[in-house]
Write a protein that binds this ligand. Structure first.
Ligand code: GAF
Length: 383
């Protein structure tokens, strides 16, 4: 059994105070940063995320009365819901853990009392939802002695989000949270489910990967995400392929699409899959600095072709490059959230100052530069 850290001991103590008995354990699942491969997951394509040290912890105890009871240190009130309930009867943040418990019920997993704590910034596009689902999933499975392989738990967590929260998200975030390994990014083929670890240690090459919360809040429930997904499905249907991953002749495909919006979406998805492959090739060759140009190309494609970037992200990336960074891009679903910037470590202060100054000149809420960004381990029991 791992030794509890002070934060986890405090969560266990808060659980005991809230519910009158000690939890049976504490479980934790991380948020993620996607190095490259954006919006490719629901097109059966390639993604390359890594897990952050930041995440969601869950202190929990088993219950056998067909109920799940959830409380969060970041929210008011307690939600108690039947495992047999229907999608939509629980709203807000509680829909994620309750939805997870309901999906797991099909595997013979019962209920629990859960106290949740998160050190992920809210609305920063770093997958706090997936972390919450995955931490809940491993806690419930452990408590009820049900073994489900991690890749399958990721799929069940995706289903919980799709069916019980109503967000048609792909498989990337839950896979990153469940399957990541410290020191590596996770190459995931979203069609086959095959994964491999790609060592990612920019500091060994004198580089820093900055993760910057642009303070423009991100929401997947807004409808734009679902619209992008529908556009991709429509383009694939017109082109007669199972998914845009299968488009091999890009000019030929573009010539067959009359709608300029669909042409732009296809352009992004097809080229983004190639950028993931190129990034993996460079990382495996030990040429970390060279991925900067690919990050930048991804950003421009998400900005101009996929049209999911936002003003603060564009300014942050532009300023970073002007200040000498190797590259950078928006990460996640878009319309708010975080950017990453790859820079030589000796230039990191200059890059940071340039972004801060650009924000100040526009009177924007200052960005937050995350300090804990090392590629970390996926979901696990911690106490
Ligand atoms: C969000 C979704 F949840 C992921 O599945 C993925 O599509 C991502 O946006 C874009 O790459 O994080």
């Amino acid at each position: 059994m791992p030794t509890p850290s002070p934060a986890h001991a405090a969560l266990a103590a808060a659980f005991a105070e809230a519910f009158g008995h000690a939890p049976e354990g504490v479980w934790r699942a991380p948020g993620r940063v996607n190095l490259i491969g954006e919006h490719t997951d629901y097109n059966d394509g390639l993604v390359l995320p890594f897990a952050l040290p930041l995440g969601v912890s869950v202190a929990a105890s088993r219950r056998d009365d067909g109920l799940v009871e959830v409380r969060s240190l970041q929210a008011d009130g307690t939600v108690t819901a039947p495992l047999s309930g229907a999608p939509g009867d629980v709203k807000g943040w509680a829909a994620y853990p309750v939805g997870m418990a309901r999906v797991l019920r099909e595997r013979g997993v019962g209920g629990a009392t859960l106290l949740i704590d998160s050190d992920l910034p809210q609305g920063a596009g770093l997958s706090s939802s997936a972390a919450l689902e995955c931490a809940t999933a491993i806690a419930l499975c452990d408590l009820h002695g049900v073994e489900v392989p991690a890749a399958e738990l990721a799929r069940l967590a995706q289903r919980a989000e799709n069916e019980h929260v109503g967000v048609p998200s792909g498989i990337m975030d839950q896979s990153a949270s469940m399957l990541s390994t410290a020191g590596s990014a996770l190459l995931l083929d979203c069609r086959t489910g095959l994964t491999s670890n790609v060592p990612f240690a920019p500091q060994d090459a004198g580089l820093t990967l900055m993760v910057i919360d642009t303070r423009a809040s991100h929401e997947l429930t807004g409808g734009e995400y679902a619209q992008r997904r529908a556009e991709c499905e429509k383009a694939a249907e017109i082109l007669g392929v199972p998914a845009l991953r299968d488009v091999k002749d890009l000019p030929g495909a573009l010539a067959r699409l009359d709608d300029p919006v669909l042409r732009r979406r296809v352009q992004h998805i097809v080229t983004e899959n190639h950028r993931v492959e190129a990034t993996v090739g460079l990382l495996r060759a030990g040429a970390v600095a060279e991925i900067g140009g690919l990050l930048l190309a991804s950003h421009m494609s998400l900005r101009d072709q996929y049209e999911v970037s936002w003003t603060e992200a564009n300014v942050a990336v532009d300023e970073a490059v002007r200040a000498g960074a190797r590259g950078g891009r928006m990460v996640g679903g878009g319309f708010g959230g975080s950017v990453i910037v790859l820079t030589h470590t000796e230039r990191a202060d200059r890059v940071r100052d340039a972004i801060d100054a650009a924000y100040a000149a526009r009177s924007w809420t200052p960005p937050v530069f995350l300090t804990e960004t090392a590629p970390s381990q996926g979901a696990r029991r911690i106490a």
